[in-house]
Design a protein around this ligand. Structure first.
Ligand SMILES: [Zn+2]
Length: 319
């Protein structure tokens, strides 16, 4: 392997940094960011900000169009090892079993489920094992889909690609799940609108996201990365759901386990759409202060020094 190939990851990231664009708030569409933090864990200048309109924390600079496509096809697989090594897979299975049991305790048995961003397929596998007869997943990641389709035998139940207005299902799911997916979407509100059309009228929507207002000192800088477009908390997620036809029925904050600061909300369709949500100035200031306190940039465990070492290792790795 030549030196130029070895360093190409860093060159790619440098080029990517120059191609980042100013982006609107994914939740309300406004371009009124209140700056919090400049560089993510890959040293990209993402300008983490809080929206002065709706309060959502988001990346005010980020990926779009061709740069985004190239990032997910060429760079992301090198930054994130997928599928994970064999010995780590049992961790994913355990999480799926735990999620199934937690969700089952709130919504009861579900005869049909759609998992958006179904990843390795373990959650659908758990549903199937508990007697769910109709199940479907949507997953754009090749290695993850391969695992779900072939290793777990979920076959044609897994669709390739992204949820959009053309997505069709052979059934109306009683349960729709998005586990750590919503924060990656450019337009999360539109996705919720499409789900509102797909879900059974009495169905449950269960969403998990990182809770930006939780404590996440062990994540630190690791929390901030280019593929996270939005960082929700209970209030901003509830507002987005209300704006797109859902009403939160139940929620759960978990300090540890699935993610350091995991927020799970359970929502159902609602007749009442609440169109406007504005954030109070003091809430914005306290959110920004909270995030700055969590990041700890010079920590040897999860700050920039470790991020630099990890990047260099990845850049030198044969692939
Ligand atoms: Zn906003």
């Amino acid at each position: 392997m030549s030196v130029s190939q070895n360093s190409s990851l860093l060159v790619e990231l440098g080029r990517l940094n120059q191609n980042l664009l100013e982006l609107p708030c994914p939740s309300c569409g406004k371009r009124d960011p209140s700056f919090i933090w400049r560089r993510d864990r890959y040293f990209l200048e993402v300008n983490l900000s809080a929206c002065r309109g709706c309060g959502v924390v988001y990346l005010a600079r980020g990926l779009s169009g061709e740069a985004q496509t190239r990032f997910y096809s060429h760079i992301y697989p090198r930054l994130m090892r997928q599928p994970p090594p064999e010995d780590a897979l049992c961790h994913y299975r355990l999480i799926a079993g735990y999620r199934y049991s937690e969700i089952n305790a709130v919504v009861g048995e579900c005869s049909s489920v759609l998992d958006v961003g179904s990843g390795l397929g373990f959650f659908l596998d758990a549903c199937r094992a508990h007697g769910c007869e109709q199940y479907a997943g949507i997953e754009p990641g090749g290695p993850q889909r391969e695992h779900a389709v072939h290793t777990l035998g979920l076959g044609e139940a897994i669709q390739d690609g992204y949820l959009d207005q053309t997505t069709q299902l052979p059934f109306k799911p009683k349960l729709v799940t998005l586990f750590h997916v919503l924060e990656h979407l450019d337009e999360p509100g539109k996705a919720l609108g499409w789900i509102a059309k797909l879900i059974a009228p009495d169905g449950w929507l269960v969403i998990e996201v990182p809770d930006i207002l939780a404590n996440w000192p062990k994540l630190g800088l690791w929390q901030i990365h280019i593929s996270h477009r939005s960082y929700f908390c209970m209030e901003t997620l509830e507002a987005l759901l209300q704006k797109n036809g859902f009403k939160v029925q139940h929620s759960c904050r978990e300090a540890y386990g699935i993610y350091e600061g995991n927020l799970r909300v359970y929502a159902r369709l609602s007749e009442q759409c609440v169109s406007e949500h504005s954030v109070a100035q003091h809430a914005l200031i306290s959110t920004k202060a909270h995030i700055k306190k969590q990041i700890r940039p010079w920590s040897l465990r999860n700050g920039y020094p470790r991020a630099a070492v990890r990047l260099l290792r990845l850049a030198l790795k044969r692939h």
